[in-house]
Design a protein around this ligand. Structure first.
Ligand code: SDX
Length: 423
């Protein structure tokens, strides 16, 4: 048997050969596309062992705790790059030259303002609506304003939509926050860099324009880098599936935002802080670990575990280091950080977590930094969505350019066989 083929032997039927495809790094895959000729499907709820596509954007080695964006380790990007350079890399496949970077930054700066009528759209929401509900609504509505770039088969339209989304997400996120606070909205400023501009729109008011702390701006930029992309996670797979129908990019990103909101996914950063509040004191840690281990208790240790990482999430390590830097430089002694570190130490020494390879993930420490920057817990997943937009749109562009067919999984049907109405 050819070493790049698998043989499937089904009793009473001809054996079939399935090609084995090999990537640059990572596991080989068995190409099962010809399986339909046997009248059978594969069955893999939750896609635990299914590759949904071929991609060149991000690679994760869950056992070794490795995360590469276009081949570059996340640790190096977090330390030496900035968010917009990482955006260029994810979108285009290579790091920008100095000129390309300058042009890209200028392009993004020129798309940061949103259509003025979006302000009235905001007023349709209650002030106490969850910020993710408002962001989801506004991003989905962007296609009502940008008719000129919705032809997904036009590379220029795909490019301008990508730039518009990367540029406008900070403006929209800050609008959502200001609206929830009843404060006047702040316009973006082109004299500030991406992260400074976001903090300006979040925390300045027309009454007082304070300079943006370089410490906080750098921490914000690093958080954006750490959340930029993560292979075929649930929200990215949602964007790819929506995009495969030909839906416009704004609708696809709104679908990604909706999927990210779940506490098992991007909603975990908000859930970690809520959990730390519930635990309250290190004396309660054992009680909550017992709840996490109890199969009859839905409680999970938020910020722990990962579908792919069975080692430390490399982003969590950088996040923890950033946490120490930011709190140290701000002179903040946050009891929630102390509690989080104690919780991590006890959990990592508990056989239940060790046996299941449950380690802190990207969400475990991010909330503590966001809180130190002054961002309320309810906005944490909005920040995640802001940063992940470039990953979503990079995968969307890659999927469209690959000419992939519409995604349409099949099923194992266990309902009633055909029966007639009893009349
Ligand atoms: C993100 O996919 C991505 O890349 C996502 C992400 C990204 O950047 O896009 O990395 C971002 O979503 C990070 C994950 C954030 N979510 C949380 O922190 C929520 C808490 N974590 C869990 O809900 C869970 O770990 C998941 C959802 C993250 C992963 O779940 P899996 O892979 O489906 O693992 P599993 O549920 O099959 O768990 C295996 C075992 C089970 O126990 P047994 O049935 O074997 O006895 O581990 C247990 C689970 O009950 N387990 C946990 C646990 N996570 C898994 N038990 C207690 N606390 C936890 N956090």
């Amino acid at each position: 048997m050819a070493d790049n083929k698998a043989q499937l032997v089904i009793e009473g039927a001809e054996a079939i050969e399935l090609p084995i495809l090999t990537g640059t790094v990572g596991p080989d895959v068995i190409d099962v596309r010809s399986l339909t000729s046997t009248g059978r499907f594969t069955f893999d709820p939750g896609f635990m062992s299914t590759a949904s596509c071929e991609s060149k954007i991000t690679y994760i080695d869950g056992d070794k705790g490795i995360l590469l964006h276009r081949g570059y380790p996340i640790e190096q990007l977090a330390e030496k790059s900035d968010y917009l350079e990482t955006c260029y890399l994810l979108l285009n496949g290579e790091l920008p030259t100095t000129e390309q970077k300058a042009k890209f930054v200028d392009t993004i700066k020129n798309h940061t303002i949103v259509h003025e009528q979006l302000k009235s759209f905001l007023h349709g929401f209650r002030r106490d609506a969850h910020p993710m509900a408002v962001m989801c609504g506004i991003v989905g509505a962007l296609s009502a304003f940008y008719h000129d770039s919705l032809d997904i088969n036009n590379p220029q339209h795909r490019e301008i939509s990508a730039h518009r989304l990367v540029a406008k997400m900070p403006t929209i996120a800050a609008m959502v926050y200001k609206y929830s606070m009843g404060q006047p909205l702040m316009y973006p400023r082109n004299d500030l860099n991406y992260s400074e501009n976001f903090l300006h729109m979040m925390f300045n008011t027309p009454a007082e324009i304070k300079p943006i702390s370089p410490v906080l701006a750098k921490a914000m930029d690093r958080i954006f880098i750490l959340h930029a992309d993560h292979e075929q996670n649930a929200s990215t797979s949602t964007v790819r599936l929506a995009g495969s129908t030909g839906a416009n990019p704004f609708a696809c990103i709104a679908a990604g935002i909706a999927a990210l909101w779940g506490p098992a996914h991007g909603g975990a950063n908000e859930a970690v802080l809520t959990m730390l509040d519930e635990i309250g004191d290190v004396s309660n840690v054992e009680k909550f670990l017992a709840k996490a281990k109890d199969k009859n208790d839905p409680f999970k240790l938020m910020g722990f575990g990962h579908r792919v990482y069975k080692n430390f999430d490399p982003r969590a390590k950088v996040m923890k280091q950033t946490c120490d830097e930011v709190l140290g430089e701000l002179g903040i002694n946050d009891p929630q950080l102390d509690l989080a570190m104690k919780l991590e130490e006890i959990a990592l020494n508990d056989p239940y977590f060790a046996e299941r390879n449950l380690y802190p993930n990207v969400d475990f420490y991010s909330g503590i930094i966001l809180k130190a920057i002054g961002i309320p817990t309810s906005m944490f997943t909005v920040i995640f969505a802001l940063a992940r937009t470039v990953g979503w749109i990079s995968h969307w562009k890659e999927m469209i350019a690959s000419g992939q067919k519409i995604g349409r999984p099949r099923q194992l049907y266990t309902g009633h066989p055909k029966r007639d109405l009893p009349r």
